[in-house]
Design a protein around this ligand. Structure first.
Ligand SMILES: NC(=O)c1ccc[n+]([C@@H]2O[C@H](COP(=O)([O-])OP(=O)(O)OC[C@H]3O[C@@H](n4cnc5c(N)ncnc54)[C@H](OP(=O)(O)O)[C@@H]3O)[C@@H](O)[C@H]2O)c1
Length: 309
């Protein structure tokens, strides 16, 4: 089997490449940067390709494409999100026309203004989002479906694991001495996605003759406080978790965003209103369709080995 993987220089794409290489699949890995360490790719052939700039020159024949590339943040100029997440996705589709296409989307396509309670796939996309990430990822899903080829869209939520640049660093960055300040009550339920579970779904989707949209998370949701406790324990950090209502933290997040904007910072503040709104309430997904149609068998949420990179 021959598979092209975009976003291979990143967290998810790298993990997908390593798993495919272990299975003896011939992997063609693409990322924007000029080069990537061999260990990250499991030995896959790497080529630099900025998907926002156009189609791939002389694409190799492949059996499937696993599209992991994306602008993944809640910060930064709006055009950049659309250039990569929407136009970039169109360019990847056009580079491999008619080829089985596994699109790594996100649970951010669900309505951010209301709690997400065991959401099923038909509840997204919606018409209103809070930021360019959500709008551009929803538009990318529509582009994949409009292309009309055999496609699978995967919607993970809050991916963690070795090499994670988002979730675990943000949680650890919120620890101040003996305290971790967080939002909500601590009992709000959350579906998380271990990168090894997402990789399993990508491999299944690339190799099976199925199409559709699938939520992809760990086996069961858990209260956010349990997740924080497990993360801190794995790092050997003793910190008391203190939960504050969203309305108390929102002005702090707004002020932080204002200061970072004025300073022209390319990086977001630790606290953004989007992150607060996202974590303050339940965010859980129904994964029945992935279990039934893809044969997805996720492991439970566990941070064991999540820092081993
Ligand atoms: N991380 C999460 O919690 C999370 C949650 C839900 C869904 N997702 C989705 O999962 C996918 C992978 O995310 P990730 O966490 O692996 O992000 P990541 O570590 O930031 O990796 C992003 C990848 O996309 C590549 N990329 C960005 N812009 C590009 C461009 N213009 N042309 C070519 N490649 C480009 C990057 O290449 P360079 O680094 O070489 O520039 C990198 O390989 C994304 O589609 C994201 O929407 C992530």
């Amino acid at each position: 089997m021959r598979v092209a993987v975009t976003g291979a220089s990143g967290f998810v794409g790298g993990a997908v490449c390593r798993e495919l290489a272990l299975r003896g699949v011939r992997v063609f890995a693409y990322g924007r940067r000029a080069s990537v360490g061999e260990r990250h790719l499991g030995g896959a052939v790497y080529r630099s390709w900025d998907i926002a700039r156009g189609v791939l020159h002389a694409p190799p024949p492949v059996d499937a494409v696993i599209h992991c590339a994306g602008t993944v943040t809640d910060w930064g100029p709006v055009p950049g999100f659309f250039a990569t997440n929407l136009e970039g996705t169109r360019n990847v589709l056009a580079s491999f026309p008619g080829t089985r296409f596994v699109h790594v989307s996100t649970a951010s396509v669900y309505d951010p203004h209301v709690p997400t309670v065991m959401a099923t796939e038909d509840q997204a996309p919606v018409t209103r989002y809070e930021n360019a990430y959500g709008v551009s990822k929803a538009a990318a899903e529509r582009a994949v479906l409009a292309a009309g080829g055999p496609s699978v869209i995967l919607r993970p939520h809050a991916i963690y694991g070795p090499g994670d640049t988002t979730l675990l660093p943000r949680v650890l960055g919120a620890v101040r001495g003996p305290v971790l300040v967080a939002v909500g009550t601590g009992r709000q339920l959350l579906s998380l996605t271990a990168v090894w579970n997402l990789v399993q779904a990508c491999v299944l989707a690339a190799g099976k003759d199925v199409t559709g949209v699938f939520n992809v998370t760990d086996a069961e949701p858990l209260p956010i406080d349990d997740a924080f406790a497990m993360i801190l324990q794995e790092r050997g950090i003793r910190a008391r978790r203190i939960y504050l209502p969203e309305r108390a933290l929102r002005p702090v997040a707004a002020a932080a965003e204002g200061l970072f904007l004025l300073a022209g910072s390319a990086r977001p503040p630790r606290l953004t209103r989007y992150a607060l709104g996202h974590l303050a309430v339940e965010r859980t997904l129904d994964i029945g369709a992935a279990r039934e149609v893809l044969g997805y068998r996720p492991g439970p949420t566990s941070f064991a080995g999540a820092y081993a990179w």
